[in-house]
Design a protein. Structure first.
Lengths: 514, 487
C-alpha cells in the first residue's frame, strides 16, 4: 500500500496547490514543500527500515526478488495489472526524486511569481509521474507514466520558461521536447506490444508483467528489433547523441525548477529504463548491441564536451555537459560488469546533485543579473558574496574532482568497463580532460576577468544558502563514503548483471563483505 | 421474413425517435416555445436510449433488412448520446437567436433516426434510406443560421458534394445488383464469393467511394474543413460525431460480412487510403488558425487511424474500432461542445457573428474560465492520445492491432501521424494558457457550468479521464459486442 501512496501523494498535493492559489501565493508553495518532504520522509523511512541486501539470496533463483510489491488487476482483458515493486535501485532514485522535488520547490520560491498554484500542480505531477516510472513493473503501466509525465513538463517549459535568443522561444523548445519524447515513446509502445504478442503466440494469454515477459523465448532478429524499440525511447530521453536535439533548448528555456527536474530526474528515468527493462528483457540482443551503444556513449562524451566549450548561454553549457556525463552512464550500462553498474548508479546520483547545483546557481545568477549570457558576466568573484565559492565547488564536482561523488562514479564506470572494452575506456578517459576544460572555462568567464559593472550584488539569503549547502554536503558525503548507496543498490545491480550475463566478477569489493 | 411483435420491440429506438420527431413537428405547429421543444426532444432521445436496455436482452436478432446485433446497439448508444449532447448544446446555442429556433430539433431528430437505421442496415435499400435520412436534415442544420454567409456556404457545399457522392454510391449498388441480382448484404457476399470480377470490383469500389466521402477519407476530404468551420456549432458537432459513427459502423459491417470488400486489390487501396488519410489530415491541420477547421482536419486523421482497423479486419478489429469510436466520440463532443458554448452568446440575428473559433479568441482562456479550459485541454490531450485520457486507450488498441497483424507500414504511419498531430494539439493547448495584453474577450457566459450544455462538456471530460484511468468496463463491453456480432 505504501507504494501506491508514494505515487498518489504528489498528485493529490498538486491538486491542493492548484486550489490553494485562491488564498494567495504562499499556501501553494508551502503545500508543495510539505508534499515533497513527506515523500522524501517516507522514502528515507523505507530505506532505513527495509532490508535491501536480502534480494542477494535470490540471485541464484530464476524469479526476480522485490523488497516490496503491490499488485491489483487493472485491465483483465489484456492481463494488465497495476503492479508496483520496489528494490534498491528504485528506492535510491525515488529518494533522489523526493530530494530534488524539495529543491525544485525551494528554488522557484522567488523566481515564479505568476500563476503559482498551477505551476506547483505541474511540478508535482511531473514528480508523481517520475515516481510512477520508477515503481511500475507492468510494462503498460510503465509506459503510461512514461508518457504522462511529459504533459506537465511541457507546460512548465512553455508557460514559465525564458525565451532565449531569436528563434528559440520557450514554446518551440517545449514542443520539440514533447514531440521527440512522445514519438520515441510510441516506438517503445510498439516494442512492448510486439513482446506481448510474441508471448501471446507462445502461451495463448496476454500479459504485460515484467517477470512473465522476461521468460518469453524470442528469435534473434525479433529480439534485436524489439530491443531497438526500447533503446530508441531511452536514447532520446538519456540523451544519446544523434537524438539529443531537444535537450539544450529544453534546458536553456526551462525555469530553474524545470531544469533541475529535467537534469536531475527525467534523464535518469532513461538510464533506469535501460537497467530495468532493455537489458534484462533482451540480454542477448543487448549484448550484441553493446559495442554500438558504447561507441555512441564515447561520441556523446566528446560531442557534449566540445559543444559545451563553445556556448555563450550558461544553461546551454550545463546542458551540454549533461550529454557528456550521460555518455559515461551509457558506457557503464552496456559494459554490464557489477563494478560499472554500481558506478552508473553512483554517477546518476552524483550528476543529479552537481547538475541541480549548477542549474540552481545559474538561476540565482539570472535573478541577480537578468542574463544568462556569459559574455555579459565576468569579474563577479568579488561582487557576489559566497555564490562564486559554491560555484567553484559544484564545477569541481562536475569535472570529477576526487573527493566528490562524480569522481567515484566516473572512476567505477571506467574501472568496471576496462575488462570488457579497454579501448572504449582509454578513449573515454580523454573526455575527462575536456571536462576540466569546459568547467574551468565556465568559472573563468563568469567569475574572473574584467568586471562588467560596479557595486555589490545581493548575497545569498538563508533559503539559497541552505539549499546549496545541503547539496554540497551530499556531494561530499557520497564522494567520501558511498558505501550506503552501494549497499542499497548492490542486489539490484547484481540482478541486472546476472540477467545481462556479462563477465562475472567478484562483488566483494563493493559490498565490503568477504 | 415477416415482421413480428418482437421485431417491433427490437426496433423501438428508431421508432421512438421518429415518434418524437412527429410530436415535435405537431408541437411547433401548435405553439412555438424553445425550451419545451428542447425538453420534448431530450425526453424522446432518453426514452430511446432506455429502450436499448430492453433491446440488449433480445439481441442478436435479425429484423427484415435490419440487424439488431451488438454492433447496431453499440452504434445506437453512441448516436443517441451524441444526439442528446447536440440537442443540449443547441438549446444554449440558439437561446438568443432571433430567427426560428425550434425546427433545428426536428432536423436533429430526423438525422438521428437516419443514423440508427443506417448503422443497423443489412440491406442496400435500408443502407441508402438511412444514409439519406441522415444526410438531408444535415443540409438544413448546417445552413440553419442562414443569415451568416459561412453557414449558408457550408450547407450548400455539403449538399452539392454529398449528392455527388450519393450518386456514386447508388451507381455502385446498381452495378452490384446487375452482377449478382441481390440487394441484401449477405446474399451479395455469398454470390460474389471471394473473387471479385471486374463488375463486382467496380461496384464495391464505387460504394466505398460514396461512403468514404461521408467519412472524409483522403482524397474525398475537401469539404470537411469548410463545412466544419461554417456550420453552426451543434450541427458541426453532430456531423463530426453521430454521422461519422453511423457511416463507419455500416462500413465496418460491410467489410465484416462481405469478404469481397477484403479482396486483394481493394484491400491494398484501402490500406493506402488509410495511410494517406492520417498523414494528409495531420499535415493540413498544422497551419490552421481556426479551431473548428483544425478539429475538422484532426477528425480526418482520426478516421485514417480507424481505417487501419478496417484494413486489418480480423482479430481485435471490431473491438478496436469500437473502443476507438467511443474515445473519439467523447473527446470530439467535449471539444466541439466547448467551442459551441463559447460561441453561444454571439449568435443572434441582429448582431450576427461567426462562431468563436479563431485561435486568438482562445488566448489566455484559462485565466478567465479555468474549468472550461480544463475540459478543452483534456479533450485535446485525448485526441492526441496521451495517457490518463481515453484517447490513449484507443491509440493503444490501434497500435496493438497493427502489431498483432504485423502491418508495420500502418503502424509506422500511425506513429508518424501522432507525432505530427501532437504539434497542433499542443499549439492550441498552450494558447489556452498564454495570457497577454490585448486579449480578445469572447467569453462563455458567466454561469456556463450550471447550464445543461456545461454539464454535457464536463461530463464528456470526466468520462474521458475516468475511461483513461479505468478502461476495464468499456473494454469488457466492447469485447461483448464483438462476440454478439457473429450471432
Amino acid at each position: 500500500m505504501t507504494l501506491i501512496w508514494l505515487i498518489l501523494i504528489p498528485f493529490m498535493g498538486g491538486l491542493l496547490c492548484w486550489q490553494a492559489e485562491r488564498f494567495g501565493d504562499l499556501p501553494p508553495r508551502w503545500i508543495a514543500l510539505a508534499t515533497m518532504l513527506i515523500e522524501l520522509a517516507i522514502t528515507l523511512g523505507l530505506w532505513f527500515h527495509g532490508d535491501y541486501h536480502l534480494a542477494n539470496a535470490g540471485m541464484a533463483s530464476d524469479s526476480v526478488r522485490w523488497s516490496m510489491e503491490w499488485r491489483v488487476a487493472w485491465i483483465p482483458r489484456f492481463g494488465i495489472d497495476v503492479h508496483l515493486a520496489l528494490d534498491g535501485l528504485s528506492l535510491v532514485l525515488i529518494a533522489l526524486t523526493g530530494f530534488l522535488g524539495v529543491l525544485a520547490v525551494l528554488c522557484s520560491w522567488h523566481e515564479i511569481v505568476r500563476r503559482v498554484g498551477f505551476f506547483h500542480l505541474n511540478l508535482l505531477w511531473i514528480l508523481g509521474g517520475v515516481v510512477g516510472v520508477f515503481l511500475a513493473i507492468d510494462l503498460f503501466l510503465f509506459f503510461f507514466f512514461w508518457e504522462m509525465m511529459l504533459v506537465p513538463m511541457y507546460f512548465l517549459i512553455a508557460l514559465w520558461g525564458h525565451s532565449g535568443s531569436e528563434g528559440r522561444t520557450r514554446i518551440r523548445a517545449a514542443t520539440k521536447f514533447f514531440i521527440y519524447t512522445q514519438a520515441s515513446g510510441l516506438v517503445m509502445l510498439v516494442s512492448i506490444l510486439g513482446l506481448v504478442f510474441a508471448h501471446h503466440a507462445n502461451t495463448g494469454e496476454y500479459s504485460f508483467a515484467y517477470a512473465t515477459l522476461m521468460q518469453t523465448p524470442l528469435s534473434e532478429s525479433t529480439a534485436m528489433w524489439l530491443m531497438l524499440g526500447f533503446f530508441v525511447a531511452f536514447a532520446v530521453k538519456l540523451p544519446v547523441v544523434p537524438v539529443h536535439g531537444w535537450l539544450p533548448d529544453a534546458h536553456a528555456q526551462a525555469p530553474t525548477a524545470g531544469s533541475v527536474d529535467l537534469a536531475g530526474i527525467l534523464l535518469k528515468t532513461a538510464a533506469y529504463g535501460m537497467l530495468r527493462f532493455a537489458l534484462p528483457l533482451f540480454p542477448e540482443a543487448s549484448q550484441a548491441f553493446a559495442p554500438v551503444a558504447m561507441t555512441l556513449g564515447v561520441i556523446g562524451i566528446f560531442y557534449g564536451a566540445l559543444l559545451a566549450c563553445g556556448q555563450q548561454d550558461i544553461k546551454r553549457l550545463i546542458a551540454y555537459t549533461s550529454i557528456a556525463h550521460m555518455g559515461f552512464v551509457l558506457i557503464g550500462i552496456y559494459a554490464g560488469t557489477p563494478l560499472a553498474l554500481q558506478g552508473v548508479v553512483l554517477m546518476m546520483v552524483a550528476h543529479a546533485f552537481s547538475a541541480a547545483g549548477l542549474f540552481i546557481l545559474s538561476g540565482q545568477l539570472y535573478e541577480r543579473l537578468h542574463t544568462r549570457d556569459m559574455r555579459e558576466m565576468g569579474g563577479l568573484w568579488g561582487r557576489l558574496g559566497s555564490l562564486p565559492g559554491f560555484s567553484l565547488c559544484f564545477v569541481a564536482a562536475s569535472l570529477g574532482m576526487p573527493g566528490t561523488a562524480n569522481f567515484l562514479g566516473e572512476f567505477l564506470i571506467l574501472f568496471g568497463s576496462f575488462p570488457v572494452a579497454p579501448w572504449v575506456v582509454v578513449i573515454a578517459s580523454v573526455g575527462l580532460v575536456l571536462a576540466a576544460i569546459y568547467s574551468l572555462l565556465l568559472m573563468q568567464r563568469v567569475y574572473f576577468g574584467p568586471p562588467q559593472g560596479e557595486g555589490m550584488l545581493a548575497d545569498l539569503d538563508h533559503r539559497e544558502y541552505v539549499m546549496l549547502l545541503t547539496l554540497l554536503g551530499l556531494v561530499l558525503l557520497f564522494g567520501l563514503y558511498p558505501q550506503p548507496l552501494l549497499d542499497a543498490t548492490a542486489a539490484a545491480m547484481g540482478e541486472v548483471q546476472r540477467l545481462f550475463g556479462a563477465v562475472p566478477q567478484s562483488t566483494t569489493l563493493l559490498t565490503g563483505m568477504p | 421474413m415477416t415482421l413480428t411483435a418482437t421485431h417491433l420491440l427490437a426496433l423501438a429506438p428508431p421508432i421512438l425517435v421518429c415518434i418524437t420527431a412527429i410530436v415535435v413537428m405537431l408541437a411547433i405547429a401548435w405553439r412555438r416555445h424553445h425550451t419545451s421543444i428542447a425538453i420534448v426532444t431530450v425526453v424522446g432521445l432518453n426514452l430511446a436510449l432506455l429502450s436499448l436496455i430492453g433491446v440488449w436482452r433480445m439481441a442478436p436478432l435479425a429484423a427484415p433488412m435490419l440487424a439488431i446485433d451488438g454492433l447496431a446497439i453499440f452504434a445506437a448508444v453512441l448516436i443517441l448520446v451524441a444526439a442528446l449532447a447536440c440537442a443540449t448544446l443547441t438549446h444554449a446555442y440558439l437561446a438568443q437567436y432571433s430567427g426560428p429556433r425550434e425546427e433545428f430539433y426536428l432536423l436533429l431528430l430526423c438525422a438521428t433516426a437516419g443514423g440508427l437505421v443506417l448503422s443497423a442496415s443489412t440491406h442496400l435499400a435500408t443502407l441508402f434510406f438511412g444514409l439519406e435520412l441522415l444526410s438531408i436534415p444535415l443540409y438544413g442544420m448546417l445552413a440553419y443560421v442562414y443569415g451568416e454567409r459561412r453557414s449558408l456556404e457550408a450547407g450548400v457545399k455539403y449538399l452539392v458534394l454529398s449528392a455527388t457522392a450519393t450518386t456514386f454510391l447508388l451507381f455502385g449498388m446498381a452495378v452490384l445488383y446487375a452482377e449478382t441480382g441481390h440487394l441484401d448484404v449477405a446474399g451479395l457476399a455469398a454470390r460474389l464469393g471471394d473473387e471479385l470480377g471486374a463488375w463486382g470490383l467496380a461496384g464495391a469500389a464505387l460504394m466505398m467511394m460514396g461512403l468514404a466521402f461521408k467519412l472524409s477519407v483522403v482524397p474525398f476530404h475537401m469539404w470537411t474543413p469548410d463545412v466544419y468551420q461554417g456550420g453552426p456549432g451543434p450541427a458541426a458537432t453532430f456531423l463530426a460525431t453521430a454521422s461519422k459513427v453511423a457511416v463507419f459502423v455500416v462500413l465496418l459491417r460491410l467489410v465484416i460480412t462481405a469478404p469481397a470488400f477484403q479482396d486483394g486489390w481493394l484491400h491494398n487501396v484501402l490500406a493506402v487510403l488509410a495511410i494517406l488519410t492520417m498523414l494528409v489530415g495531420n499535415l493540413l491541420a498544422l497551419t490552421q488558425s481556426n479551431l473548428k477547421r483544425l478539429l475538422g482536419y484532426s477528425s480526418i486523421a482520426h478516421f485514417g487511424y480507424l481505417l487501419t482497423a478496417l484494413v486489418i479486419g480480423d482479430g481485435l478489429s471490431v473491438e478496436a474500432s469500437a473502443v476507438y469510436l467511443v474515445t473519439y466520440l467523447l473527446a470530439t463532443l467535449g471539444a466541439f461542445g466547448v467551442v459551441t458554448l463559447l460561441s453561444s452568446p454571439y449568435v443572434s440575428g441582429t448582431q450576427g457573428g461567426e462562431d468563436t473559433a479563431a485561435l486568438h479568441h482562445y488566448r489566455g482562456l484559462f485565466w478567465r474560465r479555468p474549468y472550461l479550459t480544463a475540459v478543452l485541454t483534456i479533450t485535446l490531450l485525448s485526441l492526441a492520445g496521451i495517457p490518463f485520457t481515453a484517447g490513449f486507450i484507443g491509440k493503444f488498441y490501434i497500435i496493438a492491432l497493427g502489431v498483432e497483424s504485423q502491418r508495420w507500414g500502418l503502424v509506422g504511419a500511425v506513429i508518424v501521424g501522432s507525432a505530427i498531430g501532437l504539434f497542433y494539439y499542443l499549439r492550441v493547448m498552450v494558447t489556452l494558457f498564454l495570457a497577454e495584453a490585448g486579449m480578445q474577450r469572447r467569453d462563455a457566459p458567466e454561469n456556463w457550468a450550471i447550464q445543461a450544455g456545461g454539464v454535457v462538456v464536463l461530463g464528456a471530460a470526466v468520462l474521458v479521464v475516468v475511461l483513461g484511468i479505468y478502461p476495464a468496463p468499456m473494454i469488457d463491453w466492447m469485447h461483448h459486442i464483438e462476440v454478439l456480432v457473429g450471432g
